[in-house]
Design a protein around this ligand. Structure first.
Ligand SMILES: [Zn+2]
Length: 190
């Protein structure tokens, strides 16, 4: 445990100093996708960057005024494919009404289910909205797996996430119908 912590810290400082010396690439930040939530409210995207943040990430939330938001952290540190994937994943949390429900405990099966559904919708939209959807999903998966293994996720969870995303990409259903199915299951619609 301790040695992995030390390795992680060393890695962190290596990546951090590489970025500050501009050795690692910086990417242009893409325009956000169209996104509205289960109540039809438009979701706004906001870029945030921290000097210490070494990975790109997104968070779906309501702001202090109650407006649905996706906060985009350190997007300049990841290529376009991963930026697209994270945007659509976070949008999916809004589309499926996750923010109207209490947040399930981290790593609970309910939490994992919400994450797989958001990944699935992201994969479906990447396929629908891009001519080169297949190469985008391959690139996004490559970046996701890289980040998850640096963050010491178990191989089993990396593999099952990858499998879910690949299966969804091949699903014979549109993202719209898939989302309707999720909303019906949650009894948001009849
Ligand atoms: Zn999520």
């Amino acid at each position: 445990m301790r040695s992995s912590l030390i390795i992680f810290s060393l890695l962190f400082f290596f990546i951090q100093s590489a970025w500050s010396k501009d050795i690692l690439p910086k990417y242009d930040i893409i325009l956000p996708p169209s996104c509205s939530n289960n109540r039809g409210e438009i979701v706004q995207f906001q870029n945030l960057s921290s000097k210490l943040g070494i990975f790109s990430a997104g968070v779906a939330k309501r702001n202090q005024k109650g407006k649905p938001m996706v906060y985009r952290f350190n997007y300049e540190k990841s290529p376009k494919a991963l930026q697209i994937f994270i945007d659509l994943h976070e949008c999916a949390h809004h589309q499926t009404g996750d923010l109207d429900q209490p947040h399930p405990p981290q790593n609970s099966s309910e939490h994992m289910m919400k994450e797989s559904i958001a990944d699935c919708i992201s994969a479906l939209r990447i396929r629908e909205e891009n001519k080169n959807g297949k190469s985008l999903i391959i690139d996004a998966l490559f970046e996701l797996k890289k980040t998850m293994s640096i963050l010491s996720f178990p191989i089993s969870s990396i593999k099952s996430r990858e499998l879910n995303i690949k299966n969804c990409f091949k699903k014979n259903i549109s993202s719209k119908l898939f989302i309707l199915g999720v909303l019906k299951k949650k009894h948001y619609i009849k």
